[in-house]
Write a protein that binds this ligand. Structure first.
Ligand SMILES: Nc1ncnc2c1ncn2[C@@H]1O[C@H](COP(=O)(O)OP(=O)(O)O)[C@@H](O)[C@H]1O
Ligand SMILES: [Mg+2]
Length: 388
């Protein structure tokens, strides 16, 4: 069974560098590895000083690289879908048409196709390890939650089966001036829907996929890293490693850096305490930027000794349903949240946890549906919801 390790973090913190260092280490350890970039700002070509495109290019013995062109993926597989969405919306004039054009392309949908490509590559079963150099966290998060949101849309838009849509088509056209998607688009939409479900299971599979966060010891980045960790946990992904990059070496003796070193020490302390349950790797700030395999080997030598580094480093299950005296308890792991930050409600067969702009639907198992929520408590980063 192959492995997928996804590296993400804020822009410029060292995602590409860290991901590539792992890729080189894996290849040298004899693991057949593919490094894939889904970030639209493709940097693998620059880093490896080799032209890298949509087909895997051999970089070293055991190491291949590929940069996904999400626009290309999208048009290749799903051209008719956006057309279908467009047709469904009533367009009165040219100008509306242009506005609709933007609306039917959901934000982040292009990037989503990059992840589908990763699933395709995984299914081909050619590589033992796929390392993903992902877009900055904000985008990654919207990508990772996208299958969930998209499924939700699909269920609302197409709650009825294909047959029903066929029957309904002439009626909707007359009554609402709405076109239903034609058969080809419909089957494309169905296929996409099924694929997204599978993609989500793959990325959440704790035996296969790890998410690793890259950060630097500075206030804004640390704050964003904590938020990302919380959201990724909310969506039940396995985050099992944190990389602190650009740490100023202690031996640097330059007054300009004295205060910086103190600032970094403070954030290092904070990071060490909040991420105490996952492995933390520290990478120093080198005197030059990192280029080519030789540069990456310095990082491997200095910071990536851990022989288990490609293994799944933590496998906590984030959602646990437990039987209680009066009913059931659902535990959701939510680090770094405050009681006042989240809302909780029931919707149909789902329970919805809302934190800021993020919303997570947790399907309620059949046996629990006859109970209702009695209370909820946040304790030690675990949200316990009681069904009675
Ligand atoms: N520890 C480090 N020491 C020196 N330069 C670094 C270090 N980490 C990253 N860099 C340099 O910083 C720049 C940004 O790193 P990169 O990995 O491309 O970030 P990201 O992919 O997160 O945008 C690159 O030029 C890289 O060579
Ligand atoms: Mg990058």
């Amino acid at each position: 069974m192959g492995r997928i390790i996804i590296f993400t973090g804020k822009g410029g913190v060292g995602k590409t560098t860290t991901a590539a260092a792992h890729a080189v280490k894996a290849a040298k350890d004899g693991i057949k590895t593919l490094i894939v970039s889904t970030d639209m700002a493709h940097n693998l070509s620059d880093l490896f000083m080799k032209e890298i495109k949509e087909e895997p290019v051999e970089i070293l013995n055991n190491l291949w690289a590929l940069e996904i062109d999400s626009n290309y993926e999208m048009s290749k597989h799903y051209g008719s879908i956006s057309e279908a969405f467009k047709k469904m919306l009533p367009i009165e004039n040219e100008k509306d048409g242009e506005v609709m054009e933007d609306i039917v392309v959901f934000p982040g949908i292009e990037e989503l196709f990059s992840l589908l490509k990763i699933k395709e590559l995984y299914d081909q079963n050619i590589y033992d390890l796929i390392i993903v150099d992902c877009a900055p966290t904000g985008e990654t998060l919207s990508l990772l939650k996208f299958p969930e949101i998209f499924s939700w849309y699909m269920e609302k838009l197409f709650p009825i089966g294909k047959v029903a849509i066929k029957v309904l088509r002439p009626i909707t056209k007359v009554a609402f001036k709405l076109d239903m998607p034609d058969e080809r688009a419909l089957s494309d939409i169905e296929k996409l829907y099924v694929k997204l479900g599978k993609l989500q299971s793959l990325l959440k599979d704790r035996e296969i996929c790890s998410i690793r966060l890259v950060t630097i010891p500075e206030k804004m980045v640390v704050e964003e890293t904590k938020r990302s960790y919380m959201y990724l946990n909310l969506y039940n992904f396995n985050v099992d490693g944190l990389y602190i990059n650009r740490i100023i070496p202690e031996e640097i003796n330059n007054r300009f850096f004295d205060q910086w070193k103190q600032i970094q020490r403070n954030y290092l302390d904070e990071i060490n305490s909040v991420f105490s349950n996952i492995p933390i790797y520290k990478v120093k700030w080198y005197e030059v930027d990192i280029n080519g395999v030789a540069g990456l080997e310095r990082i491997i030598r200095d910071s990536l000794h851990d022989e288990n580094i490609f293994k799944i480093l933590k496998a906590t299950v984030n959602e646990i349903f437990e039987k209680t005296e009066k009913g059931y308890r659902l535990n959701v792991y939510l680090p770094f949240t405050n009681k006042k930050d989240f809302d909780l409600f029931e919707s149909g067969t789902d329970i919805i946890v809302k934190i800021g702009n993020f919303k997570r639907n947790i399907p309620i198992p059949n046996i629990i549906r006859k109970y209702s929520i009695a209370s909820a408590k946040l304790n030690d980063d675990v949200l316990s919801i009681y069904f009675e």
